[in-house]
Design a binder for this molecule. Structure first.
Ligand code: DX5
Ligand code: ZN
Length: 227
């Protein structure tokens, strides 16, 4: 299905920016050739000041789409609920570095379940903190806004962070994708790709459009200018 992920720019539209109550019927209209993943933000009201959805909703949504899922857990102690998200069989399952004392164990559990394991860091966490554990991850998700809400403004210093991580990955021949999440739009997506991102999350810049497939295609076209 998805091959050579490192050579392609992949779009992961963030469903938190849709009407979640009707998404089940709308998701069938999503064009998988430009919406490569569905980015699903799980928030617990503790790790972040917002509450969204849990595994029950995700299992229901899965019945309506074949688009692979990209689950982003913004919850304290993900070890307490990890299995229920593994059971959703996403393509990527990402935990936050700041949310647990045992990131490596959790990444191993995810990988051992045949799911790509992601680790995410908030804007205030230096990317160097991940260098020692990159071997255990398939993807690093760099937050380019404080997690919690869609529709925020991209933090410009994120570009340097992407570059730093990209340089480390290339120098050390790591097999790790870079996903960037928060405030990405037509004006900055090419810069994000140029800095080294492979997987782009976009919430409001896709879903606040009247033609979301057309908008996703447009974002991808602009993104490719940064390659
Ligand atoms: C923020 C979430 C993001 C967000 C992206 O905590 O992790 O995925 O929904 O939305 P935009 O692209 O609007 O910033
Ligand atoms: Zn997210």
């Amino acid at each position: 299905m998805l091959k050579n992920l490192t050579d392609t720019i992949l779009l992961s539209p963030s469903i938190i920016a849709t009407d979640l109550s009707t998404l089940g019927s709308v998701v069938a209209t999503f064009d998988q050739s430009c919406m490569h993943f569905l980015h699903i933000d799980v928030m617990d009201g503790s790790f972040v000041p917002n509450i969204t959805i849990g595994p029950g909703y995700i299992q229901n949504l899965k019945q309506h789409t074949d688009i692979p899922l990209d689950i982003h857990l913004m919850i304290e102690k993900p070890e307490l609920n990890l299995q229920s998200f593994i059971d959703c069989k996403p393509y990527f399952l990402t935990i936050h570095f700041e949310s647990t004392r045992q990131p490596v164990r959790l990444l191993q559990s995810i990988k051992n379940s045949g799911i790509k394991a992601g680790i995410s860091i908030n804007p205030a966490t230096p990317v160097e903190q991940l260098f020692d554990i990159l071997a255990y991850t398939d993807m690093v998700l760099l937050m380019s806004v404080e997690p919690g809400f869609y529709g925020q403004t991209f933090i410009p210093s994120s570009l340097k962070k992407i570059e730093k991580l990209n340089t480390f990955i290339r120098t050390n021949n790591c097999n790790t994708l870079i996903e960037v999440d928060g405030g990405i739009n037509e004006d900055n997506i090419a810069d994000v790709v140029k800095a080294g991102a492979n997987v782009i999350v976009a919430g409001s810049s896709v879903f606040k459009s009247s033609d979301i497939n057309k908008q996703a295609r447009k974002l991808l076209e602009i993104a490719k200018k940064g390659q």
